[in-house]
Design a protein around this ligand. Structure first.
Ligand SMILES: Cc1cc2nc3c(=O)[nH]c(=O)nc-3n(C[C@H](O)[C@H](O)[C@H](O)COP(=O)(O)O)c2cc1C
Length: 163
């Protein structure tokens, strides 16, 4: 039987909400990408986080991960993250650099405040040419706060009815 994993990176908790809902509906295992240096999740400190994220992006940084994700043990891997500065947080590059996704199926999802997926699903296809990348699900932040179970259900039925 195929093994399914939901991996997510989330600072304010909305991508985590979606990740948990996907795991609930599919029975997949779930793991968080934990940064070696934690980001400030206090929303009152948004400008400091925005500044740090911009620096990481502009300097093409690869923030270190604290944990390992056992990608090799799984067949289908959901990968979720927020939009940061019109793309995914730079730690996602760390994650994609670190693991071999050859022959695996990647199913992306993300949270955002208007940018949709910002072209990141295409970026994943470019970074992982030997993986199959299925249609992703962008979820606006307010909907993501609620978990958006019905939309996730419809999406899952459309892209992977056999999961
Ligand atoms: C540093 C930073 C940059 C962001 N840049 C964008 C952006 O370019 N486009 C967008 O639609 N939303 C942007 N957002 C909004 C986040 O994508 C949104 O709040 C998301 O739901 C956060 O996910 P999380 O709760 O899992 O951390 C940004 C948020 C932060 C903190």
């Amino acid at each position: 039987m195929a093994k399914n994993l939901v991996v997510y990176f989330s600072v304010y908790g909305t991508a985590k909400n979606i990740a948990e809902e996907i795991a609930r509906q599919t029975g997949a295992d779930i793991m968080e990408i934990e940064p070696a240096v934690p980001y400030d999740s206090n929303r009152d400190h948004y400008s400091a986080l925005a500044k740090l994220a911009k620096k990481e992006h502009d300097e093409d940084m690869r923030p270190a991960m604290k944990n390992e994700i056992p990608v090799a043990e799984y067949d289908n891997i959901f990968i979720g993250y927020p939009m940061w500065w019109y793309t995914f947080p730079m730690i996602l590059y760390t994650f994609f650099d670190k693991y071999d996704f050859s022959g695996k199926t990647i199913i992306p999802f993300n949270t955002h405040k208007g940018s949709g997926d910002g072209g990141t699903y295409r970026t994943i296809k470019r970074l992982e040419p030997n993986a199959t990348v299925l249609e992703g699900l962008p979820v606006e932040m307010t909907a993501a706060e609620r978990g958006d179970p019905e939309r996730i259900k419809q999406w899952l039925m459309r892209i992977c009815p056999n999961l």
